[in-house]
Ligand binder design. Sequence first.
Ligand SMILES: C[S@@+](CC[C@H](N)C(=O)[O-])C[C@H]1O[C@@H](n2cnc3c(N)ncnc32)[C@H](O)[C@@H]1O
Ligand SMILES: [Zn+2]
Length: 372
Amino acid sequence: MSDQYRPDDLENVTIAYTKDKRIVTCFCGQEVSRSIVPHLKAKHSAKWQEWTETFVELRALGYPWKRIMRLFKAGDGKLLFSWTVIERAVRQEVETGKLLYVPPPKQAVVRWQPEDFALETTTVWDFPNRGDWAVHSGDYRGNWPPQIPRNLIERYTQEGDLVVEACVGGGTTLLETWLLRRQGVGLDISKLAIQTTNAKLNEMERLAREDDSISLDPDYRPKVIEGNVLELTTVLRAHDIGTGQAKLVCIHPPYLDALKYTTNNSSDLALISDPDVFCERMRILAREARQALSADGICGVLIGDVRKSGKTVPLGLKTLEAFLAEGFALESIVVKMQHKDRSSEFYVRRSSNTLLLAHEYLFILRNVQPWW
Ligand SMILES: C[S@@+](CC[C@H](N)C(=O)[O-])C[C@H]1O[C@@H](n2cnc3c(N)ncnc32)[C@H](O)[C@@H]1O
Ligand SMILES: [Zn+2]
């Protein structure tokens, strides 16, 4: 591939696969097993820094993750870095404040609203194609499809209502609150999430200004706050939003430490590997959500089970218990079909008795009584 950004050294890197091993031969001639990254950091740190800066530069130029993966292939054409490795390197630059992050912009908006959208009517939801209306894109790791917040917003709120998004991520929910004229407020602990969301909102605003077929009401521009959801009510109060006002709280937390979102932010739920500790945090989160919600308000929690060392951790059911223990009433358990399960694919290759995880849970909970 000819691209001015491809480092020459990559031509001298090769990758070999045996039955259960991946051997990478570095450009210096040394063989390493699995990932070359620890070796690069230890033996060629200046080069690794240079490559990381190139990842960052390419993102700002609008390169999707997969294009960067392809650009940084080994000399024999095999993929050298995973999406996770490249994203982590970029995220660390953002966290240290070295970069203001802008995700790749959308070339054009084909439609501003989904075609043929109808509210889900059963407890099984399946969206094989992630909605791509407005400026939605699947670029943020672990994001949910816009069909989920749209269903929750349309079914449980009215125009003008306050919707709180507890784990903003790439901003999916807040794009929806703006399109659907709700007051959206969202929090995230990660700078990458905050910057991604702000960039998406700006992009949507700019594209809408150039397009007569849509008008985005500036009064409904969502608020994006860098903050810890375990202190939700305190954070909201600091932004003049009192308790008991939200009609809907959306929560899509990390699934234990399956995907990392920050490197060492002590409040990051994705740095917790112990399911019991995670569930204690879910109880705090449930308590905070109840206080933020109006009486009868709805909380939607999307979470999946995870596999750790080949064993299933029933994180979904444990999270539900935490929310019920804090006094929420259960409206519905929705099973959301999941189309990729990287955590189990690894094990399934080794054991034909392991079933791939193909669902997540969306718990729809009601704040039946005033929390006080
Ligand atoms: C699964 S992602 C949410 C994705 C989002 N639904 C979307 O569509 O982009 C989980 C998010 O929770 C954030 N997070 C983790 N711990 C948090 C905390 N204590 N407070 C707020 N956000 C947190 C992570 O940074 C990550 O962006
Ligand atoms: Zn080397």
